[in-house]
Ligand binder design. Sequence first.
Ligand code: KG4
Ligand code: ZN
Length: 339
Amino acid sequence: MPIYILGIESSCDDTSAAVLSDTEVLSNVIANQQVHSNFGGVVPELASRAHQQNIIPVIHEAIQRAGIRKEELSAVAFTRGPGLLGSLLVGTSFAKSFAYGLNIPLVEVDHMQAHILAHFIRPKLSEEPVPQLPFLCLTVSGGHTQIVRIDDYFEMEVIGQTIDDAAGEAFDKAAKIMGLPYPGGPLVDKFGKTGNPRAFGFSKPNIPGLDYSFSGLKTSFLYFLRDRLKEDPDFIEKNKEDLCASIQDAIVGSLMEKLLKAVEQTGIRQVAVAGGVSANSALRRAFMAQQEAGVIQAFIPEFQFTTDNAAMIAIAGYFKFLKRDFAEFSVSPYSRVVS
Ligand code: KG4
Ligand code: ZN
């Protein structure tokens, strides 16, 4: 009998539900929230209201698409944190009542661990390689930028991280400076495809060890554009592709530099990437280039498992289910990373 896990993700602005049969995805439904695009960022109050509207239809569809009855579910896994508290509360409350009603275990999942464990989502009998323990993972999202050393499924150590903005935030802020809507990361990627990454140079951060910093880059980009716009008010419009390619090159260059330093320091050559920014085409190319050069063995998740999704919550839930690591029904969400 396979283990069927329902995963629920509601930490930010995507409501998602997925059903896994062991490590295989039967369904992965994601409802994006459009309400934030005019605000230049996620508005927490609007996000939790949209989650409330979406959660029942999204879960209903996930179970229906999976082709199972809800009574066949083995457990309900949900994102406990980190994320927006109001948003997390919607998923948490629903997960609790659903698991309680079905009389099945409740499993709490950490969102950042789930991004990493998404690498173990596999169709049955798949021959595709998975990362061998221990491995390193560059976890890059809108809220986090970390180099994590993974010794076991739930034994992870952050060995480097940003001291200010996250990489996704750097993409989104650069996009916002150029007048692009939120979230701008995918648009920078799109326009950058036809631009010259060497067209413009921006100041590089000088941070010791394996940590990152992106706030200086944002300021350097802002001042650079302010000066150019004084000379030519259409500067951004005329140079959009080159600007996107150049800022992307600066962010990806910085991400790779510290990651390769971590490979050298730890001697671990199995290297994965996770989180929304791992959808970025330049970052993916940089990973593949290092693999081709024989420096690392690269693991890049399938596109649909890079940004926030519930399949990653369900796979993390599956591994906890195997350990019988269940949550109490009194569990409450946490908004920040607990260490
Ligand atoms: O993991 P995620 O979906 O949500 C968080 O947990 O934050 O990551 C979202 C972030 C946003 O900052 C978004 O702009 C960025 O990932 N992102 C990208 C791309 N796709 C998503 N950044 C650059 N290039 C992309 N293709
Ligand atoms: Zn995320």
